[in-house]
Write a protein that binds this ligand. Structure first.
Ligand code: PLP
Length: 377
């Protein structure tokens, strides 16, 4: 039986709860299925968990990015500095608002946007910086915070993969003027549905985002539209389910961290055989995905597949090389670290449902592959 990259049994222990909540919300005399009391409670719990001024639940992580950028006034003619290596919404969100994503190259080892590169790309039209935490490593948020403060540019922290992580005592999401989380199934606090959350220490920004997620209404008076908004609301069944799952979230995160640390320990000596692990620290980590950098990446992927292990290559080309975003690639710019990451990165299963035996089998398979490379190099 193949060890799956994502857990197919993530919600097995919660099936009865989920069905119970479908019944409860479905039969509730209030008949309120979005943005009801359960969503409000979920937002309160999330707000207090990170010490935010406001937390706003919305339709998805992508839509959370759109809502924040819109609330920050990002639009036509503006530029937003984003990582050259990462997921599509980083480039799509600014582009959909008529702004230009400006791609910053990444740190070659941690794979997060390089703040020095970001600083170089700030110009008179730069409206916001949009760094993202990647795989298991948080972006250098202290550096991005300083950069935003010294240039007067706004800072949006994409924490879609880093919920529950902290850096220098500050929760992921709380380094930016606003941060976003995603609850899509595979994320660390994933759920059986679609949703996202914005956290912010800026009350005014929070209020704008609240209006924007529901057609520009202020939540008091219906059919009065203070501004042009979106439909990006939150489901009551999902809110209740997430409230149920939140107390056990740290336990699942901790299991992920333990697996990650075990891999890093086992692979520590493989650097001279072309396999590089993420850095060791606990601080500034998130353990969403355990990503290796391997000289013979595709051979390693095949080796693992032969050992019944499902591994995954996230990004095979940098964002500025994607057909949809190529027109935003500045002539004369290059992203060598992002290119190299696309050729070398390989993600191993790290989900909390893995057994110790499976984790050991995965580590053994990687070490065995490295041994075959020792003789051939
Ligand atoms: C998953 C993810 C998103 C998008 O979240 P969705 O809920 O899938 O829309 C945005 N940014 C990053 C870094 C992500 O990993």
């Amino acid at each position: 039986m193949t060890i799956p990259f994502f857990a197919p049994d993530l919600f097995d222990a919660d099936h009865e709860t989920l069905l119970g909540l479908v019944r409860e919300v479905g039969l509730d005399p209030e008949q309120k299925f979005i943005l009801g009391s359960r969503t409000a409670e979920f937002e309160r719990v999330q707000r207090d968990a990170v010490g935010a001024a406001d937390a706003i639940a919305c339709g998805s992580g992508t839509s959370a990015l759109l809502l924040v950028l819109t609330a920050m006034g990002v639009g036509t003619g503006d530029e937003v500095v984003v990582p050259a290596f990462g997921c599509a919404p980083l480039a799509a969100a600014p582009a959909l608002l008529g702004a230009t994503p400006v791609f910053a190259d990444i740190d070659p080892v941690t794979l997060v946007a390089d703040p020095v590169e970001a600083a170089r790309l700030i110009g008179p039209r730069t409206k916001a910086l949009l760094p993202a935490h990647m795989f298991s490593v948080m972006a250098d948020m202290p550096a991005f915070r300083r950069l935003a403060d010294s240039t007067g540019v706004r800072l949006l922290e994409d924490s879609a993969v880093a919920q529950g992580g902290t850096l220098a005592g500050r929760p992921a999401g709380m380094w930016g003027d606003a941060g976003v989380y995603s609850f899509v199934q595979v994320k660390t606090f994933g759920m059986p549905g679609e949703g996202g959350l914005v956290v912010t220490g800026d009350e005014e920004l929070g209020q704008a985002i609240r209006m924007l997620r529901n057609h520009g209404q202020d939540g008091r008076q219906r059919f009065v539209h203070h501004r042009i908004g979106w439909n990006s609301r939150f489901d009551e069944i999902m809110a209740a389910f997430q409230l149920h799952r939140f107390p056990s979230f740290p336990e699942r995160l901790n299991r992920r961290a333990k697996i990650g640390e075990y891999y890093t320990e086992r692979f520590a000596s493989l650097a001279d055989r072309g396999i590089l692990t993420p850095p060791r620290d606990r601080d500034g980590r998130c353990f969403y995905v355990y990503n290796l950098l391997a000289d013979h990446r595709d051979a390693l992927l095949k080796h693992l597949a032969d050992a019944d292990i499902d591994s995954h290559v996230y990004y095979r080309s940098p964002l500025p090389s994607q057909p949809g975003f190529a027109r935003f690639a500045r002539p004369g710019e290059a992203w060598p670290a992002a290119e190299r990451a696309c050729q070398r990165s390989l993600a191993l299963p790290i989900h909390p449902m893995l057994t110790d035996a499976q984790v050991e089998h995965i580590a053994d398979a990687v070490c065995h592959f490295a041994d075959t490379k020792r003789t051939s190099r």
